[in-house]
Design a protein around this ligand. Structure first.
Ligand code: CA
Length: 235
């Protein structure tokens, strides 16, 4: 796959607690949280453990889930031993590329989107208070964007001894474009703007456009994105 990625502190936060995962066939975003430097430690640590567990292996759902569970255990143990890191955690959204399919592993409110045949779909479900209220029909999408709990996630890697990991397997089709991003990206714009950028621009320019839209939209959080394009088959 062809890859373009960006990460940016944004315009408000003092540091960048997001970490990108960019390795051979393994891509993703981790969005850390926690006081002191806990957020960076969590997102860096998760990416490191997942890389150690998965690189060089044949992609499958069981391995992917095991990699994210291992990251959870490692972070949970680490914060049990260091009071400064107490409460740290991170989202993880990872794409692992197989020969004919892709595997998505997901915890938290970072997202994977797929542009296929000119239409954008959100593939992951947000594990957040507002997303659950929307699924129950008690909150609209517009109100969710401004809700005081919009940043509160209901699942994270590292905050408890056991977690539930979403894993998804999808076929890989020529022309597919994947976007993995933190909430500092999608929270600053409409999905229609994401779709427009992915449909009309070459990959690297689309990455620039999405980052500049997030900053123009307020840049209130760290912004991270990985774009992945599945090559068209030569005729
Ligand atoms: Ca964030």
């Amino acid at each position: 796959m062809i890859v373009a990625s960006r990460t940016h502190t944004g315009l408000v936060r003092p540091n960048n607690q997001d970490t990108l995962l960019l390795a051979d066939g393994l891509y993703g975003v981790a969005d850390g949280m926690g006081g002191a430097n806990g957020g960076e430690v969590a997102s860096n640590g998760a990416v490191k453990v997942i890389g150690e567990m998965l690189l060089g292996r044949t992609p499958d759902l069981i391995g992917l889930e095991a990699g994210i569970q291992a990251a959870n255990r490692r972070l949970y143990e680490q914060q049990a031993q260091d009071a400064q890191l107490s409460g740290m955690g991170t989202t993880v959204t990872v794409l692992w590329e197989g020969a004919d399919e892709v595997y998505i592993g997901h915890v938290g409110d970072s997202r994977a989107y797929l542009l296929r045949a000119g239409a954008l779909s959100q593939i992951t479900q947000d594990h957040s208070v507002v997303a659950e209220m929307m699924r129950q029909g008690i909150l609209t999408k517009e109100k969710a964007k401004r809700h005081p709990y919009r940043n509160v996630i209901t699942r994270a890697v590292g905050t408890s001894s056991g977690i539930e990991v979403d894993v998804i397997r999808l076929d890989k089709q020529p022309g597919d474009i994947w976007l993995i991003c933190s909430d500092g990206l999608y929270g600053m714009m409409e999905d229609t703007q994401i779709e427009e950028a992915l449909k009309t621009l070459p990959l690297d320019e689309a990455a620039d456009r999405l980052l500049s839209l997030a900053l123009a939209g307020g840049g209130r959080d760290n912004v991270s994105l990985v774009l992945l394009a599945v090559a068209e088959v030569a005729q």
